[in-house]
Design a protein around this ligand. Structure first.
Ligand code: SF4
Ligand code: SF4
Length: 313
């Protein structure tokens, strides 16, 4: 019966959807040891999340492409592909939840489970050394949605014996390319990945200011060098967004809501990274704007802008 959830998912634009059992994600949990994600470990068990018994849980996992982006022009800050697909992906996932409810399923909406682990268990891809899941046709540029359904798993649902994927092959290209040295043959160190710092700019060590390059939101470097993504078509961001992402505009704009159709950007965070981007690209013409931000009341923005002023002078 539950295979109709796959049909619905495909109609909504997902490219694949598969069911798995509701057993805890212990392999995923063991990978978290020693990382700050460890404190979230309670979510590894779907039974604990739902209050239902494991035998009455099916986890449906679906993937949709989040296509890689063309290089941003030199005078722009950069946004990663995932962040430009977030809105569409969220709407697709909500539509899937709504359809499941209208079909009579009991589900938990907007559930927080380790979606990459669920997708690997479902056979939708393999574990990449860079911490991402790699799907056969769309590489690591996929969005993963999870549906937690109160229904016994179908007979062909995969279980925890599939949690240890064969892996990507460890070619090492992402180790070489990562600007902050966050990837090793042991996998991703989430503490030192630049994406982690983007959420906690106050923790970004000054030694990493240069490594931030022109990044404003996200970092796709380890994905762009991955051979599994080599054949993917890179798409061009909307002209309106490219215009907005010009460093001069990021440093001066107070209307970050005007691009909310494309991406959610926090003004102070974006300006903090824009001053680094100005310094890292040697934009002396932007020095007056950076100097103005060095006087900001925001401690982090002011500190980064002062560093940028020092570089540009
Ligand atoms: S997202 Fe960027 S910083 Fe993080 S591991 Fe990949 S290349 Fe390194
Ligand atoms: S670049 Fe190589 S090592 Fe890194 S995720 Fe891709 S295949 Fe794995």
């Amino acid at each position: 019966m539950s295979s109709n959830l796959r049909d619905v998912a495909l109609k909504l634009g997902f490219v694949d959807a598969q069911p798995t059992t509701g057993h805890p994600f212990n392999v995923w949990l063991s990978r978290l040891k020693g990382t700050h994600w460890e404190r979230l470990s309670h979510i590894h068990d779907p039974a604990e999340v739902s209050g239902w018994q494991t035998c009455e849980i099916t986890i449906w996992t679906a993937i949709a492409p989040a296509p890689p982006l063309a290089d941003w022009p030199e005078d722009c800050g950069e946004i990663g592909a995932y962040y430009l697909s977030t809105k569409a992906n969220k709407n697709r996932r909500i539509a899937w939840e709504d359809e499941a409810i209208s079909m009579g399923y009991e589900i938990i909406c907007d559930v927080f489970l380790p979606e990459r682990a669920a997708a690997i268990r479902a056979g939708l891809g393999v574990h990449g050394l860079n911490g991402l899941m790699i799907a056969p046709e769309h590489g690591s540029f996929v969005d993963i949605s999870v549906l937690l359904v109160r229904t016994p798993p179908p007979e062909d649902a995969k279980g925890p014996e599939h949690d240890m994927s064969q892996g990507c092959g460890n070619c090492g290209a992402c180790i070489e390319a990562c600007p902050s040295g966050a990837i090793s043959q042991n996998g991703l160190n989430v503490h030192t990945c630049l994406r982690h710092y983007m959420n906690k700019l106050d923790e970004l060590p000054e030694a990493n200011y240069k490594n931030m390059g022109r990044r404003i939101l996200g970092c796709d470097v380890c994905q762009h060098v991955c051979p599994y993504n080599a054949a993917l078509k890179r798409i061009q961001p909307a002209d309106e967004l490219v215009d907005f992402m010009k460093l001069e505009n990021l440093l001066t704009s107070t209307d970050f809501g005007s691009i909310s159709e494309h991406v959610q950007l926090d003004e102070t965070r974006a300006k903090s990274q824009a001053v680094l981007a100005a310094a890292n690209t040697g934009r002396k013409d932007l020095l007056p704007l950076v100097e103005r931000l060095a006087k900001s009341d925001d401690i982090v923005l002011s500190k980064m802008a002062q560093w940028a002023v020092g570089c540009l002078k």
